[in-house]
Design a protein around this ligand. Structure first.
Ligand code: NAI
Ligand SMILES: O=CCc1c[nH]c2ccccc12
Length: 287
């Protein structure tokens, strides 16, 4: 399955995240462990790095890209803006400087939880400025993250189309907000799934998904993570995972040699629908 953006660029699947485990916002020192983990990810074959201003890992990401020796144009780099949304041009310049890059492949508004009052800018105005930056060639595609249908509707008449909406998505959270997957897929907005392996964390284990995933893992000779990631891809969504462990980096990437049947995809849909599990932003959304 390929995922093509309005610029014509293809999104490599899965993406390699630099948030969650390594979040160190406000600390400018270089974390060598993070650089090494990203270099390892690139060396085992990831070509899509997901970063954000708020993670504090932009410098590590840039350094890892340099150290990997992989040409810049072979790596798809995503950045995200927030909280420095009041001045998107300055935020992007800082991000590019920290990453030692002259363009981003994808730049996302990290969340819709801001307005004129809280951050000095509206979603519509921020989008207009991101569109200008895209026109100047500093960003290849622009998108959003954590947006609901109502948030996306605010941009429906904008000149630049929303290319991507990155949301939390897993079998226990098939609708981050009501109707979001159908809406994005009908409008041609590429969905990316963060925390796709949420059902495997101890807080979510023991639910109705486990027997289905374990059965399919045995059938295909794969692990539970691979089954869930393949399900995400077959639902037409780009998964993004994070791991410092080279073995897990490899297994999470090794998804091409098997395909779930449409009945198996449905079986995961149905088992997953019996439980709700969300890792992020629970206070912002109705369950
Ligand atoms: N746009 C947004 O608001 C957000 C974006 N992100 C991005 O998405 C990336 C991925 O997010 P994660 O939460 O790290 O997703 P993930 O799905 O890789 O990890 C979720 C949990 O599953 C565990 N795990 C991973 N592989 C496993 C396996 N094979 N078996 C058992 N457990 C496993 C991890 O240790 C982690 O606790 C982040 O690094 C960041 O780049 C993450 C959170 C929010
Ligand atoms: O990407 C991870 C979620 C996250 C953690 N802190 C912030 C601040 C602003 C937007 C998203 C996030």
């Amino acid at each position: 399955m390929t995922f093509t953006l309005p610029s014509g660029a293809t999104v490599p699947v899965p993406g390699f995240g630099t948030g969650t485990k390594w979040y160190k916002s406000g600390d400018p020192s270089i974390d060598r462990n993070v650089v090494d983990a990203i270099v390892s990810g690139l060396k085992v074959g990831y070509r899509h790095i997901d970063c954000a201003e708020v993670y504090g890992t932009e410098a590590e990401t840039g350094l890892a890209i340099k150290e990997s020796g992989i040409p810049r144009d072979q790596i798809f780099v995503t950045g995200k803006i927030l909280p420095k949304i009041a001045n998107p041009r300055a935020a992007l310049e800082e991000t590019l400087k920290l990453m030692q890059l002259d363009y981003l492949d994808l730049y996302l508004i990290h969340a819709p939880f801001f307005d004129e009052k809280s951050h000095g800018i509206s979603i519509e105005k921020a989008w207009e400025i991101l569109s200008e930056l895209k026109g100047e060639g500093k960003i290849r595609d622009i998108g959003v993250s954590n947006f609901s249908v109502a948030d996306l509707e605010r941009l429906k008449d904008a000149k630049e189309k929303v290319a991507v909406n990155q949301i939390e998505f897993n079998p226990y959270l098939q609708n981050q907000t009501p109707g979001i997957v159908d809406y994005c897929q009908k409008k041609g907005i590429i969905l990316e799934a963060y925390t796709p392996l949420g059902p495997l964390v101890p807080a979510a284990k023991g639910g109705p998904l486990d027997p289905v995933v374990n059965k399919l893992a045995a059938k295909y000779g794969r692990d539970a993570g691979q089954i869930i990631l393949k399900w995400v891809i077959q639902r037409g969504i780009v998964p993004i995972t994070t791991s410092a462990k080279v073995e897990r980096q490899k297994t999470n990437l090794d998804l091409d040699a098997f395909t779930l049947t449409s009945e198996e995809v449905k079986e995961i849909d149905e088992a997953g629908s019996k439980k709700h599990f969300r890792s992020y932003w629970a206070h912002k959304y109705i369950p």
